[in-house]
Write a protein that binds this ligand. Structure first.
Ligand code: KIV
Length: 303
């Protein structure tokens, strides 16, 4: 048995992610070890994201908005998340697959949370589950880890708390907010999570948290000093139909590519440019000759 953190076959493991902690006070960041993560919700996207070499494929509950057209992440169900996690699992060979526990599947007690987390592993093929919330979720997270299921933490702007926050607002902008975030991060660190997603917090606060905890931090709208970065796939390729948040960088324009392709198809059908002869199937020569003979006889009889 190997004592090295990798699975030995190139697959990304939890120990591999934990070993990527870059922040060593007083030293330069080890940039090539930065963790990259992108969301995926289906087989083709998962394959493309995995083959592009990202470390973590996240089946985020952003599925609700990005793919299912819900207004926020609250309505997405366990069954919907499992359905998409299975599709992603089939597309990923190398990256670590992390599945988001949707709203209402872990807040009602540890037993239910462990049962639902187990379903993500057994039925969905996920390797890690992600849970929103810090200090107040730490005991619950410990119970899930005790059940041999690694957990990713998620603090700061946690979208499942949209109604409590009164909208999607950057968190940790005042001293008490910073204090709470530090306590949240420390609690998750002590609970033994595999990584901590820091969403929508000031860069300065993300620097402090990243320096303080031994767990790798993965930022989204948390500045460049985190141990890694995550983006929602649909934000990254412009498939969201809404104005992007400040931290989003569009790396491609899939909306334009798809829209242009469908418009071109429509125009070609209408102008008889699609399908062409070489895009059509043909009868074998002998069948064609036989058919021509039959049709000629029919025509002759009709005269
Ligand atoms: O659901 C999601 O996509 C997420 C990321 C924004 C981290 O939680």
């Amino acid at each position: 048995m190997s004592i090295l953190p990798s699975a030995g076959d190139g697959r990304v493991t939890v120990p591999e992610i934990l070993s990527r902690k870059k922040f060593i006070p007083g030293k330069q960041a080890i940039t090539e070890r930065r963790i990259t993560s992108v969301t995926a919700y289906d087989y083709p996207t998962a394959r493309l994201v995995d083959e592009a070499g990202v470390d973590i494929v996240l089946v985020g509950d952003s599925l609700a908005m990005a793919v299912l057209g819900y207004e926020n992440t609250l309505p997405v169900t366990m069954e919907e998340m499992l359905h998409h996690t299975r599709a992603v699992r089939r597309g990923v060979r190398r990256a670590l697959v992390v599945a988001d526990m949707p709203f209402g599947t872990f807040q009602n007690g540890a037993q239910e949370a462990v049962r639902n987390a187990t379903r993500f592993v057994k039925e969905g093929g996920a390797e890690v589950v992600k849970i929103e919330g810090g200090e107040k979720r730490a005991d619950l997270i410990r119970r899930i880890i005790d059940a041999e299921i690694p957990v990713a933490g998620h603090i700061g702007l946690t979208p499942q708390s949209v109604n409590v926050m009164g909208g999607y607002k950057v968190q940790g902008k005042d001293l008490s907010g910073i204090d709470q975030l530090m306590r949240d991060a420390m609690a998750l660190d002590r609970a033994g999570v595999a990584c901590i997603v820091l969403e929508g917090i000031p860069r300065e606060v993300a620097v402090m948290i990243t320096a303080e905890v031994g767990t790798p931090t993965i930022g989204i709208g948390a500045g460049p000093e985190c141990d890694g970065q995550v983006l929602v796939f649909h934000d990254l390729v412009n498939l969201t139909f809404t104005a992007p948040a400040k931290f989003v960088r569009r790396y491609g324009d899939a909306a334009a590519v798809i829209s242009n392709a469908v418009r071109a198809f429509r125009a070609d059908v209408k102008s008889l440019q699609y399908p062409l002869d070489q895009e059509s199937y043909h009868l074998p020569r002998e069948t064609k000759a036989g058919l021509d003979t039959v049709l000629a006889r029919k025509r002759a009889l009709r005269r």
